[in-house]
Every structure is written in structure tokens, then in C-alpha cells.
Ligand binder design. Structure first.
Ligand code: NAD
Length: 294
């Protein structure tokens, strides 16, 4: 019997790539429920699969911020058993903290954190009663360590990490495996979609010149990191496939070792000051020590 997989955020990026890969599996091992906010954007996925919808795929409307659409999708799928739930929908928000509007922060948490909570809530009871299932959640390197000018995004992904680590403890006796996937930079629509103020724009008005300068430098750093190190979607898919297929997947899998040295520093020096200094130097260069560091 086929493994059923429901994925959120399939109109682009990692969700689109994962849905296409699973639906096109040569051995037809999967039935994929590819969900997205706007079904009109399903064209790209169908194009990827040769223009028509194979019987290994079903497109469903699902906005993770809308409880009604979640209930409808759960109803549609729950006639079948759901083996794997992939909570992938997510959005970004960048910029000096002073420029993040209340609305932008609330929207970000509504998608990245509460969206994941709602989606898990919708499918968890059936998984529990079957005592089987897998939940895979798109976290981020920014869920493991703070990144400059991504404070609110990192806060949402740290929250996702805490949510899942806590839940995994309870799910152990239910034979439900939960896996967080931490990607670094990946070539998707993520950067184009994320909200960020233009460094020359009106949001910057009133912000101190030093922060404005740091933000400009950060944007330069970000551009070169993406240019030099960003992975293709195809390169991160194996991590998801491993979490779907392995008999006992780990709680966390990173798709890249890009920031691993900084992550280890964060763990080995738990008071955090080493990490803050090293990350500052990594992004802004070590010329600026910013205080009384030796
Ligand atoms: P993406 O922008 O291409 O895909 C995100 C998808 O989520 C989009 O299809 C978008 O329409 C969807 N989405 C947004 N709000 C939604 C809502 N309310 N309901 C349903 N779907 C919604 O970017 P991506 O890189 O493929 O992002 C996928 C996940 O990977 C996100 O959770 C993101 O935080 C995470 N991630 C991305 C990167 C990166 O560099 N691209 C790095 C680390 C983590």
C-alpha cells in the first residue's frame, strides 16, 4: 500500500520540489496531497510532472492560518490514513527590529509557528489512534542559532524547535516520529517573498545611522552567502526523503554544515557570549569589536 504524504506550502520552493519528487517516484510508493493557499499556483507543480495530474498526486487548498481550510483538508484526507505530514509552509521577515511592524510580526508567527501548530493539531489525533505516523517540520538554521537582522524570524523558528522537541517526548509511546529539518540558504522564492525594508526606504527614517550601516553590510553579506553557498532544492530533498523513509529518523537533521562550527561554539560555550562575538565577526568582520572584548 502507498505511503500517504501531505505537504503544506507546495506552490513553490522546497514544498513544490518535495511534492514533485514523491509524486514522480518510479516505484509509485507514495500518494501525495500537495497543499497550497492558492490552488491556481498548482500549475507549476503539474508542469513539473509533465502537464497532467498523475494518480499519485492530489492538489488541495490549505492556508495554514485558516482553521476552516485545515478542517476541510483534514476531512478530505482522513478517509485515507495519513502516514506523513510535512509542515513546510513558512515566510521570512528581515530588517532592523525597530522596523518590524506589529502586523508583520503577527503574520510571521501566524504562519511559521501557529500554522505548524494548527496543522499538527488537525492530523495528530488520527495518527495517535493508529499509533503510527511521521511529522516533518521545516525549521531553519535560524531555529538553532540567532542570526543578525532576522530576530523575529529566528524567534519563530526557535519557537518551532521548542514546540517539536516538547511534542516529540509525548509522541514516543505513540510510535509517531517527529523530525525537524534545518536548512541553510536554499534557492527558492523565500528571499523574494520575505518582507524586508529597503535600506534606502522610508522605514529606515528615524533609525540611527550605525544600525543602518550594519544593515547595509548585512544585506551585502547575505547576498554573497546566497551566491556562494545556497543549496538547490534538489540538494536538500534527500534530508526529507531520509526522514520519510528511515525506520527511526532523528529529531533534527541539518541539510548543510555551513554554520556547524558556530553551532558547536554555541553549545560548547553555553553562556552565549562566544557565539555572539563569533557571529558578529563572521557577518560584519572582526574590525569592529563593539565593546570591551579583549
Ligand atoms: P518558498 O517561499 O518558496 O516556499 C514557502 C511556501 O509556503 C510558499 O509556497 C508559500 O506560498 C507558502 N505559504 C506561505 N504562507 C502560507 C500559508 N498561510 N498557508 C499555506 N502556505 C503558505 O520558500 P522555501 O524556501 O521553499 O520555504 C519552505 C520552508 O523552508 C519555510 O518554512 C522556510 O522558513 C524554510 N527555510 C527556507 C530557507 C531558504 O533559504 N529558502 C532556509 C531555511 C528554512
Amino acid at each position: 500500500e502507498r505511503t500517504t504524504v501531505l505537504i503544506t506550502g507546495c506552490s513553490s520552493g522546497i514544498g513544490l520540489g518535495l511534492a514533485a519528487r514523491l509524486a514522480a517516484d518510479p516505484a509509485r510508493r507514495f500518494k501525495v496531497y500537495a497543499t497550497m493557499r492558492d490552488l491556481a499556483k498548482g500549475e507549476r507543480l503539474l508542469e513539473r510532472l509533465g502537464g497532467c495530474c498523475p494518480d499519485t498526486l492530489e492538489l488541495l487548498q490549505l492556508d495554514v492560518t485558516d482553521p476552516c481550510s485545515l478542517a476541510a483538508a483534514a476531512q478530505r484526507v482522513q478517509g485515507q490514513r495519513l502516514d506523513v505530514l510535512v509542515c513546510n509552509a513558512g515566510v521570512g521577515l528581515m530588517g532592523p527590529l525597530e522596523t518590524c511592524s506589529d502586523q508583520a510580526m503577527k503574520t510571521l508567527f501566524d504562519v511559521n509557528l501557529f500554522g505548524a501548530v494548527r496543522t499538527i493539531q488537525a492530523f495528530l489525533p488520527a495518527m495517535k489512534s493508529r499509533r503510527a505516523g511521521r511529522i516533518i517540520v521545516s525549521s531553519s538554521i535560524g531555529g538553532l542559532q540567532g542570526l543578525p537582522f532576522n530576530a523575529v524570524y529566528c524567534a519563530s523558528k526557535f519557537a518551532v524547535e521548542g514546540l517539536c522537541e516538547s511534542l516529540a517526548i509525548v509522541l514516543r509511546p505513540f510510535n509517531i516520529h517527529l523530525t525537524l529539518v534545518e536548512c541553510g540558504p536554499v534557492h527558492t522564492s523565500f528571499l523574494a517573498n520575505l518582507q524586508r525594508p529597503d535600506p534606502e526606504g522610508s522605514e529606515m527614517r528615524g533609525l540611527d545611522a550605525e544600525t543602518q550601516g550594519l544593515y547595509r553590510r548585512y544585506l551585502g553579506h547575505c547576498q554573497s552567502i546566497f551566491r556562494d553557498t545556497a543549496q538547490e532544492v534538489e540538494e536538500v530533498l534527500p534530508v526529507f526523503l531520509e526522514a520519510i523513509g528511515s525506520p527511526c529518523p532523528p529529531l533534527r537533521c541539518a541539510s548543510t554544515q555551513l554554520l556547524a562550527p558556530l553551532w558547536r561554539l554555541r553549545l560548547s560555550s553555553p553562556d552565549g557570549s562566544e557565539y555572539v562575538r563569533a557571529m558578529h565577526d563572521f557577518v560584519f568582520g572582526s574590525s569592529e569589536t563593539g565593546g570591551d572584548q579583549p
